[in-house]
Design a protein around this ligand. Structure first.
Ligand SMILES: *[C@@H]1O[C@H](CO)[C@@H](O)[C@H](O)[C@H]1NC(C)=O
Ligand SMILES: *[C@@H]1O[C@H](CO)[C@@H](O)[C@H](O)[C@H]1NC(C)=O
Ligand SMILES: *[C@@H]1O[C@H](CO)[C@@H](O)[C@H](O)[C@H]1NC(C)=O
Ligand SMILES: *[C@@H]1O[C@H](CO)[C@@H](O)[C@H](O)[C@H]1NC(C)=O
Length: 453
């Protein structure tokens, strides 16, 4: 619910570019508002329904079934299935349960002290191929359960694998996209996880991995050989002091991406945002690459990505970005660091828009620079840094950032950024974004150019 936090945590002016945010985020925002904000003051007037459970301290994830419109919510100690108009359909209690980080997935040392621990939902994804809901929580080293999408009380599989982050706050991002052995036919679950050093077992959990969705090897690393496979670890020397926060993940044109915030390098505690990319048909993650992504206006550097969404451009935005309406576009909300070496965001946020075409070009030119021997290949937090030479250059020094200036900003800019209007209009033309919001907003007019409340 980071999006919600970055956008609504202040009393807001009515002229921010709320409309430009994709719909499921609006719904997310609405759901979360009810759970942790004083309601009346910040609820937009055009919300027609809301869902609220006074028992629940926090809702973490939301997915909408694209076929039935049902809404699934992963919360602390709860899992819900709601009807498309947000009536409760099924509810599962998932915690607290007796746990200890000293226990592995399979057994517990005798001296381990188990105590009741909250189960914070860390990942919630729908596997449409098998009609399953995969839900992962912070308990039991970050374990996942596979449930029947039509009856979430029916647990089809409990997967004895450490998959997600195992404490209340460390980040996890998961999404399903094509992957080995036979993409695009075969699908895997991509997972990005912040390292938590709270148990000896965490060194076995990759920072980024692709996990199988086959029943017989459910959530195992999709392809694993002795030294390679569909997984990437932060090396043991760096992982304690080089935290990587995973914010969002998506698939586009044969690649899977994660948006992260992390330090500039292992020596420099300056935080920036990076895009991580792997090729979907790469069984060894040799193609693992990172580039910085930045969002800067004349006077401010919005260095920390808070939330994002990938969608189709739609015709007007496409014209502006020099792409086609069917091309993918990344919308990302950024905040400034609260102080030079801080990863804590300030309340000001800005929305930047990037075409995936430009992002692919930037990856390509970085890789080419590395192949031609320029710079270091970087990523010393994964393995010792080498100079870029053509034989070892699957990774490269992040020389070139993919950059944009904010399309709209919240809380400190009102009229100056005219582009805010146009963005919202572009998005408004793209019908696809609006399907989930039917229930969330009374705004058929939002489909057109009325952007601001
Ligand atoms: C859902 O699954 C549970 C557990 O398998 C079962 O007891 C229950 O009858 C199912 N409910 C429906 C509506 O099918
Ligand atoms: C979870 O782990 C991260 C990484 O080690 C740490 O920074 C954070 O404080 C931990 N959160 C809690 C609630 O223990
Ligand atoms: C953002 O990216 C542009 C283009 O690569 C670069 O010139 C600029 O210095 C970057 N800004 C920051 C703050 O990283
Ligand atoms: C929805 O919006 C229309 C037009 O803005 C307004 O007339 C109507 O009263 C609204 N309905 C609700 C339930 O707010």
């Amino acid at each position: 619910m980071r999006m919600a936090r970055s956008l609504v945590s202040r009393p807001y002016r009515r002229r921010w570019c709320r409309q430009s945010l994709p719909l499921f985020l609006m719904l997310t925002l609405m759901l979360s508002l009810s759970s942790w904000l004083p309601t009346a003051r910040t609820l937009p007037a055009d919300i027609v329904r809301k869902f609220h459970d006074p028992e629940v301290e926090r809702m973490n994830h939301l997915v909408v079934d694209k076929n039935t419109g049902r809404v699934f919510i992963g919360a602390v100690n709860r899992l819900y299935m709601l009807t498309p108009d947000l009536a409760i359909f099924q509810k599962e209690v998932t915690g607290p349960k007796g746990d200890s980080t000293a226990c592995s997935m399979l057994d517990c040392p005798r001296e381990a002290q188990k105590r009741p621990v909250d189960n914070v939902n860390k990942a919630l994804v729908i596997d449409y191929t098998t009609s399953r809901l995969i839900s992962c929580g912070s308990l039991f080293q970050g374990m996942c359960t596979v449930r029947d999408l039509n009856n979430i009380t029916n647990v089809v599989q409990e997967v004895k694998e450490a998959v997600v982050a195992n404490n209340a706050t460390a980040s996890t991002v998961a999404f399903i996209a094509p992957g080995p052995p036979n993409p695009p036919v075969s699908q895997v679950m991509y997972v990005g996880v912040t390292f938590t050093g709270n148990s000896p077992y965490r060194s076995e959990v990759p920072a980024v991995s692709s996990r199988s969705l086959d029943k017989d090897k459910m959530l195992n690393i999709a392809e694993a050989a002795v030294t390679t496979g569909t997984r990437m670890y932060v090396n043991s020397l760096s992982r304690e002091r080089y935290p990587i926060n995973y914010i969002y993940g998506f698939s586009s044109k044969g690649f899977s991406y994660f948006l992260t915030t992390q330090m500039k390098n292992t020596e420099t505690p300056i935080y920036l945002s990076k895009l991580v990319r792997v090729c979907q048909d790469d069984e060894h993650y040799y193609s693992y690459t990172e580039i910085p992504i930045n969002c800067t206006s004349d006077e401010r550097v919005y260095n920390l990505v808070q939330a994002a969404y990938v969608g189709k451009a739609g015709s007007v935005l496409a014209g502006d970005l020099g792409i086609t309406a069917q091309d993918d576009v990344l919308f990302a909300v950024f905040a400034e660091s609260d102080g030079p070496n801080s990863d804590v965001p300030r309340p000001f946020s800005a929305l930047c828009v990037y075409s995936l075409k430009a992002i692919r070009r930037k990856f390509m030119s970085n890789i080419q620079r590395c192949f031609s021997g320029e710079g270091q290949r970087g990523l010393e937090f994964i393995s010792p840094s080498h100079k870029c030479i053509s034989t070892v250059s699957h990774f490269q020094r992040p020389n070139l950032a993919v950059a944009a200036s904010p399309t709209c900003m919240h809380n400190h800019i009102r009229r100056r950024h005219r582009r805010g209007d146009t963005l919202a209009r572009y998005l408004g033309k793209n019908e696809e974004h609006y399907t989930d919001v039917r229930t969330a907003r009374n705004s058929t007019n939002a489909k057109h150019s009325e952007i601001y409340a």
